[in-house]
Design a protein around this ligand. Structure first.
Ligand SMILES: NC(=O)c1ccc[n+]([C@@H]2O[C@H](COP(=O)([O-])OP(=O)(O)OC[C@H]3O[C@@H](n4cnc5c(N)ncnc54)[C@H](OP(=O)(O)O)[C@@H]3O)[C@@H](O)[C@H]2O)c1
Length: 246
């Protein structure tokens, strides 16, 4: 990394991708403010990662929280990773509440933190990195509104970058679209659903999707993008690593 990042915020830091990202950043000497709702899980992460990890048990969609954390901590990296586990069922078995679940958490919190990052604003050279999904490219018919919620995350990146440019704020906005992987709760739910639909067991389904994305690669990818001021705007992330879109 060229300039060491002093403070980062990672949403959804208690499990899966977020926990791996927090660990990778702490290992580079970054102070990580980790946000998730379950205080007990966050405390476990704090026990593992030590003083450089500050747990904040809160709902990441809360606008007042976003403003307060940015004002008090002055982060130069926001990793907007928090996400709900989709209700895995075909469209005719969804209710509007289950269908819109990922809009209410994933999209809403990216909307909230993007606005706060531009209004406060973050310091020039800061990075807002949001977690979309490969599902945003091709859809995910068993995941309700998940794919569309993640497509909206891509648009929010674009809108944030345009506003930063117009106001000369110098804030970078990058989106990562990971492949489905069982190492996070979201991917595990999808894999079980798609394996059942294909009539194969979980392990056979995973075998057919090699190389699978691992947690260390997720942490490494975020560290790499944070350190690359000349990065592109959108990347796919799979077992082969990062690849630029477009
Ligand atoms: N795993 C995959 O295959 C995959 C693929 C593509 C994209 N993604 C995306 O990557 C991100 C992480 O996925 P994952 O599989 O690592 O998920 P995960 O293991 O289920 O972890 C989700 C994290 O988000 C937190 N969270 C959920 N709702 C929250 C809220 N309202 N406020 C604050 N924190 C909240 C959870 O903690 P609490 O429940 O305690 O709040 C947890 O820390 C998600 O955005 C997901 O859509 C995952």
């Amino acid at each position: 990394m060229s300039d060491p990042i002093q403070t980062a915020v990672v949403t959804g830091a208690s499990r899966g991708f977020g926990r791996a990202i927090a660990a990778a950043l702490v290992a580079r000497g970054t102070h990580v403010v980790g946000i998730a709702r379950d205080e007990r899980e966050l405390r476990t992460v704090r026990d593992e990662l030590g003083d450089r990890f500050t747990p904040v048990a809160a709902d990441a969609t809360d606008e007042a929280l976003a403003q307060q954390v940015i004002r008090e901590q002055r982060p130069c990296l926001l990793v907007l990773n928090a996400g709900a586990t989709p209700h895995v069922a075909p469209v005719q078995e969804q209710t509007w509440e289950t269908f819109s679940r990922n809009w209410e958490v994933d999209t809403r919190h990216v909307f909230t933190w993007t606005g706060a990052a531009l209004r406060e604003p973050l310091a020039p050279g800061s990075l807002v990195l949001s977690m979309s999904s490969g599902a945003a490219l091709g859809g995910s018919p068993l995941s309700g509104g998940y794919a569309s919620a993640k497509a909206a995350v891509r648009y929010l990146r674009q809108y944030g970058a345009e506003e930063s440019e117009r106001a000369g704020l110098g804030i970078r906005f990058v989106t990562v679209l990971p492949n489905m992987t069982p190492v996070g709760g979201v991917g595990e739910a999808g894999i079980k659903g798609y394996a059942a639909r294909a009539g194969v067991d979980r392990e056979t389904f995973i075998e057919g999707r090699q190389p699978i994305l691992h947690l260390e690669q997720v942490g490494k990818a975020v560290v790499e993008l944070a350190g690359n001021r000349d990065s592109g705007a959108e990347y796919r992330l799979g077992g082969e690593g990062l690849s630029l879109i477009g």
